[in-house]
Design a protein around this ligand. Sequence first.
Ligand SMILES: [Zn+2]
Length: 272
Amino acid sequence: MLRIGRFGEVTVFRMGRTLLGRVVYPVHCFLVDGLLIDSGCRSAAREFLGAISHRRVTAVANTHHHEDHIGNNAFFASRGVPVYAPEGALPFVADPRRIKMNLCQHLAWGRPAPASARPLPGELRTERFRLRVIPTPGHSPDHVCFFEPDRGWLFSGDLFLGEQQKVLTRDENFSALLASLRRVLALEPEVMFCSLQGVVPEATTALQRKIAYWEEVRDRVCHFKARGWPVRRIVRQVLGPENLPSVLMTMGFFSKAHLVRAICRGACGDAG
Ligand SMILES: [Zn+2]
């Protein structure tokens, strides 16, 4: 599935596999003045590359190394288009077999082909825009966002994902995520371009609400952890029951328990 939309000078590509008529875990990537931000998932390569081959792409920039963000790098690299990725992502871009993927990830997004990439500079320039590279670890250690200060655009990769996010993957770092959300909030972005949600208007308000929600979740989790409650009971009390069909369908890739464990691992010392 591929849908193409526009927000001002930004072209928005929404792609993913459909299951029973619904898109499972859609991915967005964005084309702004020739710069393609993330290259989407390989499972949508035929439609996406068919559509984008009619457009001007002068460079590709990845927000992080996950398979649904670097999926079509090889197509552009093989045509001489420079591909930029965060330093920590380069080994995964060069050899995507290093990316840990379960069956669900294979089916939903597919494994990327190897591609050559170069490290991101501190700022990316197009003919009309300049995008600052903002390190935002947490979702993955190598994660960055791109910020266009004149327009207030924040290309947020997988940092935001939603205001009331109740699940994480196993490897995420909650304290680092919260610090990264605060870092991009300080930029006072006007519009966010999110890899999951697409265009998020009123970005600053959305970020404030997400941070407030997660601070409340963190404080409650730490309160019950201090009482010695087990993770399963904290999950039910603070976030409600697990969405079992989703946990099963993703083979445990996303779960509320991962969020609670990530908070217990490190964030309780930061709780106010
Ligand atoms: Zn990701």
